[in-house]
Design a protein around this ligand. Structure first.
Ligand SMILES: C[S@@+](CC[C@H](N)C(=O)[O-])C[C@H]1O[C@@H](n2cnc3c(N)ncnc32)[C@H](O)[C@@H]1O
Length: 364
């Protein structure tokens, strides 16, 4: 497994968690969740499982998730939004810096996680946490080129309140040909692989299963999002195009009042596990598995047999949500499992990122 995953790569989330939130049932006994930024973990915690195993190869990601969960549990919503950087600190003007440190001091954290974040206080104090990741940093840079060099100002498009209005503004303010030319370079296999995924890009030609090139794929999927969905509600595109989450309606699920309330009520026992997912899911059994898009990085054989390698004690009704990015296993061994096709189609249509395929399974 790649060294790429041994850093703080993700701090916001490039995954729209409304999908897992709907498919995961309430009050399960044991749930498996790949960590990442933790923004997909929080809404799953809001489903109040008895035990939640949060698994990631990266200790840095786990430190972020512990911080996120403590903040969600112990701060009120306004404080939580400010602390993470959704509100009040994105401009990086220093306002509220001390307040962020005061909130940090109040949180209950393990000694290791407190030390980890104390050492990095200069980085998070001015702007919070959500844009600190390598992935978020990379896309912020691209967004700046898009706005400042290519002079495409999409702010007006994001301000539209209806799809009809948005389509008119898109025609007026977007420059599709400039966008296409820009994406051809910025989302090329070379740039993704070299600068973002450090040689482990799932969309490189040797491993990709998507027929379109990464840049054509992204250009077409983003254009679809602008044509068919209200981008005012899309946090992912706002971070990429505007450099911030400009509209309240776009805040991701972890910011929702009811989600945060349920997180506070959850008595869930949480295990933070720095392990390879295969060493966990093939040993312990779970009623729900949120696998992020890790499948795109697994060896072919392990990906193919993912479901049938799960322990036989996995109970009927258990569900797995599997995303993939440019590399989707062509076949799954599905003996004993059924595909939830309508959930997959619903997920693809809903997903604010536009870049994932979804495989959703239920144990028979
Ligand atoms: C797969 S990444 C999310 C990638 C993101 N959606 C993207 O495409 O850029 C989510 C998390 O999975 C972790 N991860 C990747 N492979 C893993 C594995 N085999 N076992 C455990 N964690 C893994 C990474 O460290 C990362 O924090």
């Amino acid at each position: 497994m790649s060294q790429y995953f041994e850093n703080l790569n993700y701090t916001l989330s490039n995954e729209d968690t409304r999908i897992e939130y709907r498919i995961c049932r309430e009050g399960l006994s044991r749930v498996f969740c790949i960590g990442g930024s933790g923004a997909r973990v929080l809404p799953i915690l809001a489903k109040r499982p008895e035990t939640l195993d949060i698994v990631d190869l990266s200790q840095e990601q786990l430190a972020l998730i512990e911080l996120r969960i403590s903040a969600a549990r112990q701060l009120n919503r306004d404080e939580f939004l400010f602390f993470l950087g959704y509100r009040g600190g994105i401009a990086g003007d220093g306002v509220g810096e001390d307040h962020r440190s005061t909130l940090f001091d109040q949180l209950e954290l393990s000694a290791a996680t407190r030390a980890f974040w104390s050492d990095r206080e200069a980085a998070w104090r001015p702007r919070g946490f959500i844009l600190l990741g390598r992935w978020e940093g990379h896309f912020q840079k691209l967004g700046r080129v898009f706005r400042d060099v290519l002079r495409i100002d999409s702010r007006k498009i994001f301000a539209a309140h209806s799809l009809d209005e948005q389509r008119v503004l898109f025609k007026e303010h977007f420059k599709p040909l400039v966008f296409k030319a820009f994406i051809k370079i910025a989302a090329s296999e070379f740039v993704f692989n070299r600068f973002l995924y450090k040689g482990h890009f799932s969309g490189r030609s040797e491993t990709r299963t998507e027929s379109r090139s990464p840049s054509t794929f992204i250009e077409e999927e983003f254009t679809r999002l602008f044509q068919q969905t209200l981008v005012r509600k899309n946090y992912f595109l706002q971070v990429l195009f505007l450099g911030e989450i400009a509209h309240e309606e776009a805040l991701p699920l972890e910011c929702r009042v009811d989600v945060l309330d349920q997180v506070k009520k959850a008595k869930t026992q949480i295990h933070y596990r720095k392990e390879n997912l295969l060493d966990v899911i093939n040993k312990d059994h779970f009623e729900f598995l949120s696998l992020s898009d890790t499948i795109s990085y697994l060896p072919n054989e392990a990906a193919h047999r993912l479901l049938t390698d799960l322990p036989s004690a996995t109970p009927p009704g258990a569900r797995a949500v599997i995303r993939s990015f440019l590399r989707r296993p062509p076949t799954y061994e599905t003996r004993g499992w059924k595909r939830l096709e309508s959930e997959e189609a619903w997920a693809k249509a809903l997903d604010t990122t536009g870049v994932y395929e979804f495989d959703v399974f239920e144990k028979l």
